[in-house]
Each structure stands twice: as structure tokens, then as C-alpha cells.
Design a protein around this ligand. Structure first.
Ligand SMILES: [Zn+2]
Length: 253
């Protein structure tokens, strides 16, 4: 099974649990064959990027990225490292994943989420059980650097808040990114506990662009109100990546 060799080669993928979790989307997500093949090819670096053309096939192709003309055009660059894709394509993929989590939180508290899958959630929704903030800049007494996480949910009955932030880095960066996200929001967590008098937890939701996840993802998702499966967010991230690869490399499908 080719995916196993890929995952076991990644430095961050050094135990079986990671590997099993990271290719489960292949078995369970129900992707189209062509999408599955595309992602497997991306994992194996078997896509015709400019860097591959120049280095492996020794053509005269300029190995630099066709969009930013800066970095070498590798799968890793296109799927998570190109500044020309950051503003729109990566943002769209990120927001799709975040909105799955958001909708499940809304459902848990009987709050209405946007009808369309593509609709941007309102900044604040609230009822007597909960308040949910989407991409909301939170004012705090003490200045904190990171004060605009993707989602904040306050459970009014349990007096608990959860700060959720989503990231889709390259597969080999998932552990580092998870750690970064946790650190980044500790200041906000402390300020919220003081100002709102609620027990606050920071939850990173990090999925590699080609589907890699850390063993902790399932536990993180359990800390978020509502039910979000790891497969649903993995599938969403991978579909977003497939779209980016197809558009950038002008592949069919
Ligand atoms: Zn680029």
C-alpha cells in the first residue's frame, strides 16, 4: 500500500497511530478515484511540477513556481507554501475546514448556521445556552498578540470557553504547527478567563495538506462542543488541496 511508505518516510510520522490515522481518509472518505489518485501521486512526488521536470527529466524548464516565480515549484510549495495562493486558495481551504467545525458547534446548541456551504458565518451568533464567535477580534484589557482565532465558543451553562484555530500546513509540519497554535493563544486564554470568568481551553485543529494528522487530533476534536469527526475534516482539507493542485498544474478533473 503506497500511502504507508509515504507516511513512514515523513520525519513527523514515526508511530503507527499517525500512519493509520493519516491514510484512513483513503478508505473512509469516499473520494472519487481521480481525486484519490491525484493525492497519492502528490504524496509520491509523482506530479509534473516544474521542479520535477527540471530536476528529474533534465529539461530546460525553469524550476521556479509558475505563480510566484520565487521558490522551487514542488508539490509541497504548491500545496502549502506559495504566497500567491495564500490569500485566496489556502484561505478558502482553511475556511471550509473551519466551517465544518463551526456548523457542528451550532448544531450542538441549536443555533442556525449559514444555509449555503460557501456562506461565511456571521461574526457572532448567540442564544441563552451559547455564544459563538467566528473570526472575531476580541478586545482584552491586556494587549495580546493573537486575539482573532477562527472560532470561540462560550458555553454559558457550563461556564466554559473553547478557542479553536485551524491550520493546513504541509504534512511534515503538522506537529510543529499544532504546538505553535497552542502557544499562540495562551495569552488570549488567560485574558478570557479573567475577563469572562470562564474556564478556557485552546484547541488546535491541524491537518496536513495531503491528509496527515497527529495522534492528538481526535482528542482535540472531542474538546470542541458538537461532534466533528477527524475523517470529515481530513476529507475537506484533502479536497481543497486537490482543487489547488488541479488549478495550478492545469490537471483535468
Ligand atoms: Zn509559488
Amino acid at each position: 500500500f503506497t500511502a504507508i511508505s509515504y507516511w513512514s518516510m515523513l520525519p513527523s510520522m514515526n508511530d503507527d497511530h499517525d500512519i493509520r490515522k493519516s491514510y484512513q481518509w483513503l478508505e473512509k472518505a469516499g473520494l472519487k478515484d481521480s481525486t484519490e489518485a491525484l493525492i497519492l501521486a502528490a504524496q509520491e512526488q509523482a506530479l509534473n511540477t516544474r521542479a520535477i521536470e527540471a530536476q528529474i527529466y533534465h529539461t530546460r524548464q525553469d524550476p521556479r513556481c509558475r505563480l510566484c516565480k520565487e521558490a522551487s515549484e514542488t508539490v509541497q510549495h504548491i500545496t502549502a507554501g506559495c504566497k500567491m495562493l495564500a490569500g485566496k486558495a489556502y484561505m478558502e481551504r482553511h475556511n471550509q475546514v473551519a466551517s465544518i467545525v463551526y456548523r457542528n458547534i451550532c448544531a450542538e446548541y441549536g443555533l442556525e448556521a449559514p444555509r449555503s456551504k460557501w456562506g461565511t458565518p456571521p461574526k457572532v451568533v448567540e442564544n441563552d445556552r451559547a455564544k459563538i464567535l467566528w473570526d472575531f477580534q476580541i478586545q482584552t484589557d491586556k494587549m495580546v498578540m493573537a486575539n482573532q482565532p477562527d472560532i470561540v465558543v462560550v458555553d454559558k451553562e457550563q461556564r466554559k470557553a473553547v478557542v479553536v484555530d485551524v491550520a493546513i500546513p504541509s504534512d511534515h509540519n503538522i506537529r510543529k504547527k499544532e504546538h505553535e497554535k497552542l502557544e499562540k493563544y495562551q495569552g488570549l486564554r488567560e485574558e478570557l478567563e479573567k475577563a469572562w470568568k470562564v474556564k478556557t481551553t485552546v484547541v488546535p485543529v491541524v491537518i496536513g495538506a495531503l491528509g496527515a494528522v497527529t495522534p492528538k487530533l481526535e482528542q482535540w476534536l472531542k474538546q470542541i462542543p458538537g461532534t466533528t469527526s477527524d475523517i470529515s475534516v481530513q476529507k475537506c482539507a484533502v479536497l481543497g488541496t486537490a482543487k489547488i493542485l488541479r488549478r495550478t498544474l492545469k490537471l483535468p478533473g
